[in-house]
Design a protein around this ligand. Structure first.
Ligand SMILES: NC(=O)C1=CN([C@@H]2O[C@H](COP(=O)(O)OP(=O)(O)OC[C@H]3O[C@@H](n4cnc5c(N)ncnc54)[C@H](OP(=O)(O)O)[C@@H]3O)[C@@H](O)[C@H]2O)C=CC1
Ligand SMILES: CC(C)=CCC[C@@H](C)[C@H]1CC=C2C3=C(CC[C@@]21C)[C@@]1(C)CC[C@H](O)C(C)(C)[C@@H]1CC3
Length: 424
């Protein structure tokens, strides 16, 4: 147990805080869980209108089913056990403030494959996966409860962490804000890294299992799954499989390197991702759509274009950061920074300053289009994701300007657009 010292970088002004400071830290944990329940309820209602008044919310007896917490906890325990399996390689994260590097198992893709085998066995034994459709609300309620309990645990245990193990923005001294944003950077139980585990496994794989449950439900109701449902399932499975296949890249994301592990990320990983990212599939169960082969082909082309830009740009930056002399990136034009690191100014990162966000947004649109244009709900993800990425881009920009100073300004002059060429 490390000694608790006065942190060197404690923030003092509310203006320096993220997500609306204390007000955001109080309102978001109330508002977002209600939003999850509201959206599930809307997706399952006949009108599926996000604008209806009074808003659609589940009744008290729909909130609880003892099967839901049992399934959720079994799912989390299963993935914790898969995480501990000695499969795949072990990688080091970026250097921490004290110069040390943490080790992480890279076996998320193994976890996905083993989950797929287990699910196939359960389906072969006749498990009614379509029942997930009826269980969505109580499952979401359980995930919200687990998020609150885990965040309380994380907040309390952070007081035993040494000061240089705290996130720079997470130790303001305001308990509400620190609980929300997360005090400890890399909370671990032994070698088990709680943030890294939650970021990619139970929630992300849970999302595709919920999608599959919706597909099974649709097949039960109509004899076979629709083309729209198959497209949504395939696109999102590709996205999740890609994230797990490239698991090592998550070690350099803002969430792992910079952000503390508090309510925002815990809830985002365990409740928000599985239950709001699966809304298109949930919508399609109650609102079947017909899709011509030509429209389907155009949507597949859009998803593939988005995926190509997303994957190529992320891989180019990861390769460049890992080994700038590698032949695939050594010919790219770069500018030097005072830190010794260089910034790419040609290739994907010379097109816009966040080509990976551009690709991700094109995919987001392709996931909604199979649901047609009659309702707003399936476009919730596109709208939310645009707001998230614009906000994320601004946070990253602030951090990069602080890190690279004049070199960052030179990069911005050279590559003036942030996400959309000639637009933004
Ligand atoms: N589906 C979802 O809900 C979400 C998906 N995402 C996706 O996650 C992925 C990762 O995103 P995110 O973690 O936000 O950030 P990025 O992968 O975009 O990384 C930003 C970092 O890249 C480095 N960088 C920026 N510009 C350059 C350059 N020109 N040359 C070299 N390095 C550069 C800087 O770090 P440094 O210089 O220190 O290396 C910067 O801090 C994205 O594809 C995003 O779309 C993100 C959030 C949510
Ligand atoms: C509204 C709310 C509660 C927001 C919290 C934000 C989180 C939902 C997201 C923050 C960063 C994320 C990332 C992914 C999922 C969403 C969250 C957790 C990610 C795992 C999705 C798959 C990608 O390939 C990725 C691995 C690059 C990505 C990393 C960031």
């Amino acid at each position: 147990m490390g000694a608790k010292k006065a942190p060197k970088h404690r923030l003092s002004h509310d203006t320096e805080r993220e997500f609306g400071g204390t007000l955001g830290a109080v309102c978001i944990p109330v508002f977002l869980p209600l939003t999850v329940l509201f959206l599930i309820c809307v997706s399952q209602s006949a009108e599926a209108s996000v604008l209806q008044w009074p808003p659609c919310l589940p009744s008290a007896d729909q909130l609880w089913d003892p099967l839901a917490p049992t399934l959720l906890l079994a799912w989390i325990v299963l993935h914790a056990l898969l995480y501990l399996l000695p499969l795949g390689k072990v990688s080091e994260g970026l250097a921490l403030r004290d110069g040390s590097r943490l080790k992480y198992p890279i076996n998320g893709f193994h976890g996905l494959c083993i989950s797929a085998v287990l699910l196939s066995v359960l389906l072969a034994l006749g498990a009614p996966l379509g029942y997930l459709c009826e269980l969505l609300v109580p499952l979401a309620v359980s995930a919200v409860a687990v998020s609150f309990l885990s965040s309380i645990y994380l907040y309390v245990r952070s007081f035993w962490a040494p000061s240089d193990a705290l996130a720079l923005g997470g130790d303001t001294g305001n308990p509400l804000y620190d609980f929300f944003i997360g005090r400890e950077l890399n909370p671990r139980i032994g070698n088990f890294d709680l943030k890294y585990f939650c970021e990619l496994r139970p929630g992300l794989i849970g999302w595709v299992v919920i999608n599959l449950g919706m597909l099974m439900k649709e097949a039960e109701l109509r004899g076979s799954p629709s083309l729209s449902m198959i497209l949504v399932n395939c696109f999102q499975l590709l996205y999740v499989a890609d994230a797990l296949w490239n698991e090592e890249a998550v070690l350099t994301t803002m969430d792992i390197v910079h952000d503390g592990f508090g309510f925002m990320l815990v809830f985002g990983d365990l409740a928000w991702v599985p239950f709001t990212y699966s809304l298109q599939a949930s919508f399609l169960v109650a609102h079947p759509q017909s899709l011509s082969s030509l429209t389907a082909a155009a949507i597949v082309a859009l998803n593939d274009t988005g995926y190509y830009i997303f994957r190529k740009s992320n891989s180019q930056k990861n390769q460049f950061r890992r080994d700038p002399t590698h032949p695939s990136v050594s010919g790219l034009e770069t500018i030097a920074t005072a830190t010794g690191k260089r910034l790419l100014v040609s290739g994907w990162w010379g097109l816009v300053r966040h080509p990976n966000y551009l690709g991700d947004l094109l995919m987001a649109l392709a996931w909604s289009l199979p649901c047609g244009f009659s309702h707003l709900l399936p476009y919730f993800y596109v709208v939310y994701f645009t707001v998230l990425l614009v906000h994320r881009e601004a946070r990253d920009e602030r951090q990069c300007r602080a890190k690279y100073g004049l070199a960052w300004d030179a990069y911005c002059r050279r590559v003036p657009y942030r996400i959309f060429p000639y637009i933004y």
